[in-house]
Design a protein around this ligand. Structure first.
Ligand code: NAD
Length: 495
């Protein structure tokens, strides 16, 4: 066992008071309510974070308005340099940030290192390159000239203003960085409201952002529950919300944003993602694919698959092989870097999963493997495989956001496509086959924002990401984010 020893810098950070990052400084919030941050691996409280009061939300927004002005004076090349600096600092402090993240979220330390630090740095560098490439266009107006006068026109891409980035607990650092990077390269300032379960790492990153050369007020962090997020959206001084989280909260956020002042909103929500396996795929490849799609980070990934469709001729041998593989997974402390399966992120979530297990039993699903909370300290649940009876069973329709793979057999490809589309959600899906021609014919039929073929869950900063149907509005990554973080201004000139 390679148990990670906590760095002195992590222990020192945990001891300091936490509340907000306001105008370049870490300050403790005076709102009164203290929210505990609990390590889900052992149930111990590792820190408290002050929830911001209404007056503190006002102060943060005021700082961000000033930050927006000062960031507007910084050239695109300088903005790019700051983001590159921040990426370097994330890596230089990588072990410290990874340990903090693992303590607050229960994420395996290797996943914290690779995604919360490594991928966050990759995203920052990708976006840094965009800072110098955001342009408008010139247009020759179509209207006729009546008296010999002429017209020309052009468009400007202008930053939308102060962005509120609301972040969930599952990848609290990487998702915060998506929002920070999109805002900063387009010339916006940004206020991050992390999840009340996982607020610590982004507070530390905000300190590093000052060392990277970011002016005060351009990145602020304010902590608290959903009411703080709502106060930020409703505030007259904010211009846009970039939200990542669950569908019900996303709908409430979208409604608040529209009611407040037609605040611009990007909504990256959950779903009930499908993976479909054609019978030409070997059982071995299918089993590896299912582990990748459904069990990475205990299934707590918005894009993870939870509905698995396998050809009827293969379902029994495939489930046998899958169970054999899952039995070898080493369940253990997330700070043991040989662990392969850790806790879920909080006790409420563990209870929610226990409720889904009970419901599945009540609907007479076959629990092929797992289906229980693990009897040890912390928020552990078993990796679980379920065979459903029908497409309308709860575990085929509701997002568990846990390590729960539910299977249904199909008989032909038309049925596979219709089952994959049988959901109000459409964030992602994967199709597994060696027959590329078949895959290319099926791709247009599948209703999702991201479709993977022979892979699942790989997010790349160059490839746009977002949901169709009830899985969201808007896109992040690639060039797609520019539309959502800027306003298009048209200028017409007569001469
Ligand atoms: P959640 O919706 O409960 O909370 C997300 C954030 O919203 C938190 O910071 C919370 O404090 C805040 N919030 C709650 N109520 C609010 C309100 N009324 N106004 C403003 N803010 C409010 O989600 P969660 O449980 O933290 O995360 C899990 C969910 O996130 C899953 O459904 C998952 O699929 C989804 N998710 C989606 C993506 C994506 O990119 N599409 C990525 C990760 C997670």
């Amino acid at each position: 066992m390679a148990y990670v020893s906590l760095l002195p810098s992590v222990q020192a950070f945990l001891r300091q008071p936490h509340g907000m990052f306001l105008h370049g400084c870490s300050v403790s919030a005076k709102g009164g309510k203290l929210l505990p941050v609990v390590n889900p691996a052992d149930g111990q409280t590792i820190a408290h974070v002050g929830q911001a009061s209404g007056a503190e939300v006002d102060a943060v927004v005021e700082s961000s308005r000033q930050g927006f002005k000062s960031w507007g004076l910084v050239t695109p090349a300088q903005r790019s340099a700051v983001l590159f600096n921040l990426a370097d600092l994330l890596e230089a402090h990588g072990e410290e940030l990874a340990q903090l993240e693992t303590l607050q979220s229960g994420k395996l330390i290797n996943i914290s290192r690779a995604f919360e630090v490594g991928q966050a740095a990759n995203f920052l560098r990708y976006y840094a390159g965009w800072a110098t490439k955001i342009t408008g266009e010139t247009i020759t107006p179509s209207i006729p000239s009546f008296n010999g006068e002429r017209y020309t026109a052009f468009t400007l891409r202008e930053p939308v203003g102060v962005v509120v980035g609301i972040v969930p607990w599952n990848f609290s650092t990487m998702i915060a960085i998506w929002k920070v990077a999109s805002a900063l390269v387009t010339g916006c300032s940004v206020i991050i409201k992390p999840s009340e379960f996982t607020p610590l790492t982004i507070l530390r990153i905000a300190e590093l952002a000052m060392d990277a050369g970011l002016p005060p007020g351009v990145l602020n962090v304010v902590c608290g529950d959903g009411s703080v997020g709502k106060a930020l959206i409703d505030h007259p001084g904010t211009n846009k919300v970039s939200f990542t989280g669950s569908v019900p909260t996303g709908i409430a956020v979208g409604a608040s944003a529209m009611q407040a002042k037609l605040t611009r909103a990007t909504l990256e929500l959950g779903g009930k993602n499908a993976a479909g396996f054609l019978p030409d795929v070997s059982l071995e490849k299918a089993v590896s694919g299912i582990i990748e799609a459904g069990f990475l980070h205990s299934g707590q990934i918005c894009a993870a698959a939870e509905r698995f469709y396998v050809h009827r001729s293969q379902i029994d041998p495939l489930l046998d092989q899958l169970v054999t593989r899952l039995k070898t997974l080493k369940i253990g402390s997330p700070l043991d870097d040989t662990s392969e399966f850790g806790p879920v992120t909080n006790a409420q979530h563990q209870q929610k999963l226990a409720h889904y297990f009970a419901q599945s039993r009540a609907q007479n699903n076959t629990i092929v493997y797992g289906g229980n909370v693990i009897d040890r300290p912390g928020c552990y649940v078993e990796p679980t495989v379920i065979l459903a009876n029908s497409a309308s069973d709860t575990l085929m329709t509701e997002e568990t956001f846990g390590p729960v793979a539910t299977f249904l057999p199909y008989d032909d490809e038309d049925e596979l496509v219709s089952l994959m589309n049988d959901s109000p959600y459409g964030l992602s899906a994967s199709l597994w086959t060696n027959d590329l021609a078949k895959a290319l014919r099926m791709i247009p039929e599948i209703q999702v924002g991201t479709l993977w073929v022979n892979m699942h869950t790989l997010l790349d900063p160059a490839v746009p990401f977002g949901g169709v149907k009830s899985s969201g509005m808007g896109r992040e990554f690639g060039g797609a984010f520019i539309e959502d973080f800027t306003e298009l201004k048209s200028v017409m000139i007569r001469y």
